[in-house]
Design a protein around this ligand. Structure first.
Ligand code: HSE
Length: 338
């Protein structure tokens, strides 16, 4: 499988680490031999090589300051840009892992359109295009006979979408409710141990949980973007931000967190999605509630179903390697033809 990767920050590099470290087991256990034929960044160079790029050398080059440090190799071309890669490069799949623009979909939305027009599947960690243009992109994929996959956009590599869309297909999901932002959950967890909001946010950024602009996390917009993706994918109800109530955690103080704890509760940023609407807002959750025990960068989602009752999934919600795995899981789904 020939892969063109757009965006080489935490998530793109997470995928490269996985390809570097697990090539042997992916080949042996999954019969999967991915070849990176392009990596594009906004400001740190772009590489194309139909013969394949070496993930280890890509990571070394980034550690040295950018893709300009990637060694000369037969077939290597440094003159492409992302738009031309999406449109013209001979690749099976375009992987989009550049920063999310939840207002417009950003340049990634155009790249998705170009990729389908150019006969490629699209796999996204970038939430923007799915949150903003789910219906249009699904139509474009269908028209091109290609797939649009986006497991990494909600709860990183924890299979929140595959669980809902495949394992629970037919069970009648009526509601999705949970903690779907890692940064804010990490901050609330650290504040409970007495850390200031600012220090906890700085730590979340250092670990690689936060968005490029972390206000998207703390003000609730990242969770709201994921709630829009869930609404569209689960219920066929694409929504805009104007149609939902979104409140973040920036008004919560150490005193609020301590007071909740003294009352046997915890503040959590909760997303709630039904066919009738969606909200993201902080709520005090009793300690005995399953969501109260979800700490740090871990996320959780409860699907309420007509046939099974509640089904809850708990796992990583953010992080480069964890989100890189979300991309890998979609690539493996394509490889299996599913
Ligand atoms: N900034 C996001 C979070 C990353 O903290 O959950 C995963 O989408």
């Amino acid at each position: 499988m020939k892969i063109a990767l757009i965006g080489f920050g935490n998530v793109g590099q997470g995928l490269a680490q996985i390809l570097r470290d697990r090539a042997g087991s992916l080949a042996a256990e999954q019969d999967f031999r991915p070849v990176l034929v392009a990596v594009a960044t906004r400001s740190r160079g772009t590489l194309v090589n139909p013969n394949g790029l070496d993930p280890a050398a890509l990571l070394d080059a980034m550690a040295a300051g950018g893709l300009d440090h990637y060694p000369i190799a037969p077939g290597l071309d440094r003159g492409w840009d992302a738009a031309r890669i999406a449109r013209e490069l001979d690749a099976d799949v375009l992987v989009e892992a550049s920063p999310s623009d939840l207002q417009t979909g950003g340049p990634a939305l155009g790249l998705c359109r170009a990729a389908f027009a150019g006969g490629k599947h699209v796999v996204l960690a970038n939430k923007g295009p799915v949150a903003v243009a789910y219906g249009e992109l699904m139509d474009a994929a269908r028209a091109a006979g290609k797939r649009l996959l986006f497991e990494a956009t909600v709860m990183a590599g924890t299979p929140s979408l595959r669980l809902a869309l495949e394992a629970l297909a037919g069970a009648g999901i009526t509601r999705a409710r949970g903690i779907i932002n890692g940064t804010t959950n990490y901050i609330l967890t650290q504040m409970e141990d007495g850390m200031s909001f600012a220090d906890a946010l700085a730590q979340a950024q250092a670990i690689g949980y936060a968005e490029a602009d972390p206000t998207a996390d703390v003000d609730g917009w990242d969770a709201a973007g994921k709630a829009r993706i869930l609404s569209a994918a689960l219920f066929g109800k694409p929504r805009t931000f104007d149609e939902m109530r979104v409140e973040g955690i920036s008004k919560l103080t150490l005193d609020d967190v301590t007071a909740a704890r003294a009352a046997g509760e915890r503040w959590k940023l909760i997303a709630d999605v039904t066919p009738d609407g969606l909200t993201v807002a902080p709520a005090r959750v009793p300690l005995a509630h399953p969501l109260a025990g979800v700490m740090g960068g871990t996320n959780a989602i409860t699907y309420t179903t007509e046939l099974l009752g509640d089904v809850t999934l708990v796992g990583a919600g953010a992080g480069g390697l964890q989100t890189g795995f979300g991309l890998l899981s979609d690539l493996l789904a394509l490889h299996r033809g599913r």
